[in-house]
Ligand binder design. Structure first.
Ligand SMILES: *Cc1c(COP(=O)(O)O)cnc(C)c1O
Length: 399
């Protein structure tokens, strides 16, 4: 058996690979340069073009480009009307921002458990948490796989809840043939460099509801409107604009929009390559008793953002930390997505206790994310597989 790098053996790779990174080509550079030379830097035609493009990609009626994914979630939570005394049900396994947006509005996040096999929010867990104070749901398309929309929509209908979909992982994904972005009341995207397409920093909210759309646009710019019908004191003065509520400056620049339009043109290629890599990993790991492969619901046609390597503790003598450290020593630089949100010390201080979501807590202790991005070569993928197999062989045990 090959000696593990962590015990002084030769690492599988000479140079490290990260779990994710962006791909920028000359078209992207040219699009940014063109905007810098000729265009408005913010509030200009690239934003309009980007929003049209996002509608095309997601099938949504309206898109509002904003400065990052967290701003998208914040504005969506405000537009949903979440406030003091309200409860909003949130997936336990997600980036903290999915729950923080509820706190920004003065409402309380209530954490729902995940399905054991898909790692997405469990509709049955949502149902159990509903109280007269429940106002909405923030459901996360974790790893890019669509949430179970039919079941969630049934709960929303029954209890009159508003659904915000956190699709930071899921641009390009479809549920029953419908693109993510056109299904929930509002869908939030992130265009951080680690995500499938990037604008450096960036985000968007999509919706089919004109009222929500108008509210989102206004909140993006301080709550200021130039629309007479929205004013308390409408006038014909051409300079006049009116702040009618408290909003923010969450605008994206045209420079970023130009980059993102160019990136979105490559989304089909990005999605196809990600799919190939996922298939290579799945094929390599499916028959290994030391590992568990993430299940997909048949309704989801997934553009995968993360590849989760899950350990089977029954068949390994090591824990997740040992496996993770061994993988790093082989120069595969993994990450863990995510700590259950309520395990963060800030949430602990708010009174959330351990044990709320058993599937999420067990999941967290068994996982790490493998490299998954467009420019990963077949040799890179083979290295990752070799490293995982090497470590699993070292720590493997019979049932
Ligand atoms: C990245 C991410 C966000 C936040 O997006 P930013 O653009 O970094 O603000 C929110 N939710 C999830 C699930 C994410 O992965």
């Amino acid at each position: 058996m090959d000696k593990l790098a962590i015990y002084g053996g030769t690492p599988v790779r000479k140079t490290p690979i990260a779990y994710g990174k962006q791909y920028i080509d000359e078209d992207d550079v040219a699009a940014v340069a063109e905007t810098l030379r000729n265009g408005d830097l913010t509030g200009g035609p690239r934003i309009t073009e980007l929003e049209r493009k996002l509608c095309e990609v997601t099938g949504a009626k309206y898109a509002v480009a904003v400065s990052n994914g967290t701003a998208a979630l914040h504005l969506a939570a405000m537009a949903a009307g979440f406030g003091e005394g309200d409860q909003v049900i949130v997936s336990a396994i997600t980036f903290a921002a999915s729950a923080n947006c509820v706190l920004y509005c003065g409402a309380r996040p209530v954490f729902a458990d995940i399905r054991e096999e898909t790692y997405n929010i469990d509709p049955a867990s949502i149902e159990k948490l509903i109280t007269p104070h429940t106002k909405g749901i923030v459901a996360v398309d974790f790893t890019g796989q669509s949430v179970e929309h039919d079941a969630i929509a049934a709960v929303c209908e029954k209890h009159d809840l508003i659904l915000i979909e956190d699709a930071a992982h899921a641009i390009g994904t479809k549920y029953k043939g419908r693109s993510v972005g056109s299904i929930a009341d509002m869908t939030c995207f992130s265009f951080h460099p680690v995500k499938t397409v990037t604008s450096g920093e960036g985000g968007a909210v999509t919706t089919n509801d004109e009222g929500l759309y108008r509210r989102l646009v206004r909140l993006r710019t301080h709550g200021i409107t130039r629309c007479r019908e929205e004013m308390v004191h409408p006038t014909d003065d051409r300079w006049y604009n009116e702040q009618v509520e408290l909003g923010y400056n969450y605008r994206l620049t045209d420079i970023q929009a130009a980059l993102l339009i160019s990136q979105l043109n490559k989304l089909p290629a990005f999605a196809a390559r990600r799919r190939q890599i996922v298939e290579m990993y799945d094929a390599a790991f499916a028959q290994m008793p030391e590992l568990v492969v993430q299940k997909e619901i048949p309704e989801s046609d997934t553009t995968r953002h993360l590849y989760i390597l899950r350990l089977n503790p029954e068949r390994l003598t090591c824990d997740r930390k040992q496996f993770f450290d061994a993988l790093w020593a082989e120069n595969i630089h993994s990450q863990v997505h995510y700590l259950p949100v309520y395990w963060h010390s800030f949430y602990e201080k708010l009174g959330y206790e351990k044990g709320l979501c058993p599937n999420a807590e067990k999941y967290y202790q068994e996982v790490m994310s493998l490299p998954l991005y467009y420019t990963l070569t077949d040799e890179d993928v083979a290295d990752v597989i070799r490293a995982v197999k090497k470590i699993a062989a070292h720590y493997g045990k019979q049932a």
